[in-house]
Design a protein. Sequence first.
Length: 243
Amino acid sequence: MAKAAAKKKKQAKKAKPPRIQPLRWLRRWSLRILVSVAGFFAVLILLYSVVNPPTTHTIWSESRRLDGVDREWVPLEEIAPVMARSVVAAEDARFCQHWGFDVQAIRAAIEGGARRGGSTLTQQVVKNVFLWQNRSWLRKALETALTPVVEAAWSKRRILEIYLNVAEFDEGIFGVEAASRHYFRVGPEELSPRQAALLAAILPDPKGRSAAKPSARTSKRAASIMDGAATIRYETRAACFED
């Protein structure tokens, strides 16, 4: 009898459901989610190294709001070289020298406070293609994590090509092909140095500035960009994205 009772007690003990450990469960699922998110972005980054992004969050949301946007993809070889140099001069003069983060620009941004920005073209591409526009710590953390991966997976030429095709130039106008025809009624391969500089000058505030009717401030910035683009060409600082 004693042995039977002990056996039943032992079996009852074995049948007892395992104790739930919330912290262990949370860590396990957090790790799974993190790995899944990392895998998702890794696949997209590798895919977009050879396939053109069909849309972005900004293009999609503006298309819904405006019931359509003007955008047509154009390869970099069909864009006037001066346009590429102008964007680099305006947004990221050390584009060919850094690995995704420009330490000098970041330092200048810190010293200049809110008056200056330190984002590279690579960071802007990451934000435009994979993330969203609203500022948040989560978006900045993801941007910081994805930027070196994009730099490792894509060539500088590919980064610049995607940037020029997803950047917003006016309300509902995305990409340099649509912008060049919208403002100057020419194809992107026909842009003059002045026109290219004006397009680059409006990028920080595409809805508040106009390349067709530039303010005195925009014209002054465009003149500075023209000088910068010429300097980049003269100093051969465009080698990473020009043939």
